[in-house]
Design a protein around this ligand. Structure first.
Ligand code: SF4
Length: 419
């Protein structure tokens, strides 16, 4: 690696946001100029209030600002107020969103305490009901939202498109002088499903500042095309997410690629990264990816991030990789406490570099940086604080000493919160 990082320009400012109608979900504002909100979804059985409340709390503590739970049976609907109570007792105030399919109208009518405890309802216009019942069931859910003063996400999905609408659009398309291809017709069906449902919700009396839209697909290019079009055709607040993104690096890459393009264009008011966890893996991974996506794009700051070089033939040991991991892990572990105590600590920048080639330069750009010795270099590690060489670490305790410098910096450089 020969690029001179010390002369690299700092990132440009993130672009302007698309104007959208703000929606209040309890104390969390989505759209209307608010910062892009991170949300997530549980994978526990909602009928089990203990495990569901535990996972919601984990997601909230990881930084999820809204958490969605499946509400699919009468027992799940009955459990919702108990989940809310448990969370309140744990001091976790994150708003809960109920995810309804097929029987949402019955569940909300049958369990008024569920309708009250939820902060928002999510419905899919493609499976809110079928045939003649569809309009009545959709209206019933919207009327419940009006009665309880709740916002609604109208979330259309590629996998559950309203087939009668697709058929009507196919007929319409066949009359065109230059017919669209099948993909274009399907995208239009998805967008119209969301927009027509939103217009109907407004006709029924749900104000626009209580409506959020989403049109989820599983392909990166399709998602970008759909949301660009959706964003042009209205000012509803938009929920962004690539559905069925997949596992591990594939899911992270696909979601980041799609969402980054849209966010850079100012599109998207709240995001969810739909990762499939590995068996036994924490659900919180999707929250960390969402935060890191927004933070690396300069849209939000959640936690100090560590800049680290990738390593190369100039480093023979893994020490600097381990140090980078130790420092990032330490920051994540301390952040729940730091966030409460120290104002602005999320903007702290750190660098852990592997040799003298780019180490000092990149370290000077960080609040705290360390340049470890590469092959053939003297066994010393200069530490830079706010651009100035501050001290040199040597010996076997470099990791502990660097972490102590980090803790001291946080305690002495950020104002203590008064609230
Ligand atoms: S060790 Fe790191 S900083 Fe040094 S040349 Fe290799 S990649 Fe660049």
């Amino acid at each position: 690696m020969t690029e001179d990082l010390s002369s690299r320009p700092r990132p440009a400012e993130a672009g302007a946001r698309r104007p959208s109608t703000g929606v209040e979900i309890d104390r969390v504002k989505v759209g209307g100029g608010a910062p892009v909100v991170v949300q997530s979804m549980t994978n526990t059985d909602t009928e089990d209030p203990v495990s569901t409340a535990k996972q919601v709390a984990e997601l909230a503590r990881a930084g999820s600002e809204l958490v969605r739970i499946t509400v699919n049976t009468p027992a799940a609907a009955a459990a919702v107020p108990r989940i809310r109570e448990r969370l309140d007792m744990m001091g976790v105030s994150v708003p809960l969103i109920g995810d309804f399919h097929y029987n949402g109208h019955q569940l909300l009518e049958g369990e008024p305490a569920c309708a009250e405890a939820l902060a928002k309802y999510r419905i899919n216009p493609g499976n809110v009901g079928f045939g003649k019942k569809k309009d009545a069931q959709f209206a019933s859910i919207i009327e419940m939202a009006i009665r309880y003063g709740k916002p609604v996400r109208i979330g259309a999905n590629w996998g559950s498109l309203d087939q009668s609408m697709v058929a009507a659009l196919m007929d319409e398309n066949s009359q065109r002088a230059n017919p669209w291809d099948a993909g274009h017709v399907a995208r239009e069906a998805l967008i119209r499903s969301a927009l027509d449902s939103a217009a109907r919700a407004e006709d029924l009396g749900l104000p626009r500042d209580r409506i959020i839209l989403s049109c989820k697909v599983s392909g990166v290019q399709e998602l970008i095309a759909v949301y660009r079009d959706l964003a042009r055709r209205g000012d509803y607040a938009l929920h962004l997410g690539l559905t069925e993104a997949g596992m591990g690096s594939k899911g992270i890459t696909a979601s980041s690629a799609a969402l980054a393009v849209l966010l850079q264009e100012g599109i998207g008011d709240t995001i969810r990264i739909s990762l499939t966890p590995e068996p036994g893996q924490s659900r919180t991974g999707e929250v960390i990816v969402a935060q890191e996506l927004l933070q690396t794009m300069g849209l939000r700051a959640f936690t100090p991030l560590v800049t680290a070089c990738p390593g190369c033939g100039r480093t023979t040991s893994e020490f600097f990789q381990e140090l980078a991991k130790t420092v990032q892990g330490h920051v994540r572990e301390r952040m729940p406490e730091w966030r409460v105590k120290y104002d602005g600590v999320e903007n702290l920048t750190l660098a852990v570099m592997g040799c003298v080639v780019n180490g000092p330069g990149e370290s000077k750009h960080a609040n705290i940086g360390i340049s470890l010795p590469g092959n053939g270099e003297a066994p010393s590690a200069p530490v830079f604080i706010d651009g100035e060489k501050s001290l040199t670490l040597r010996g076997d305790n470099i990791a502990d000493e660097f972490v102590a410098i980090l803790d001291n910096y946080v305690e002495t450089h950020y104002a203590t919160r008064q609230d």
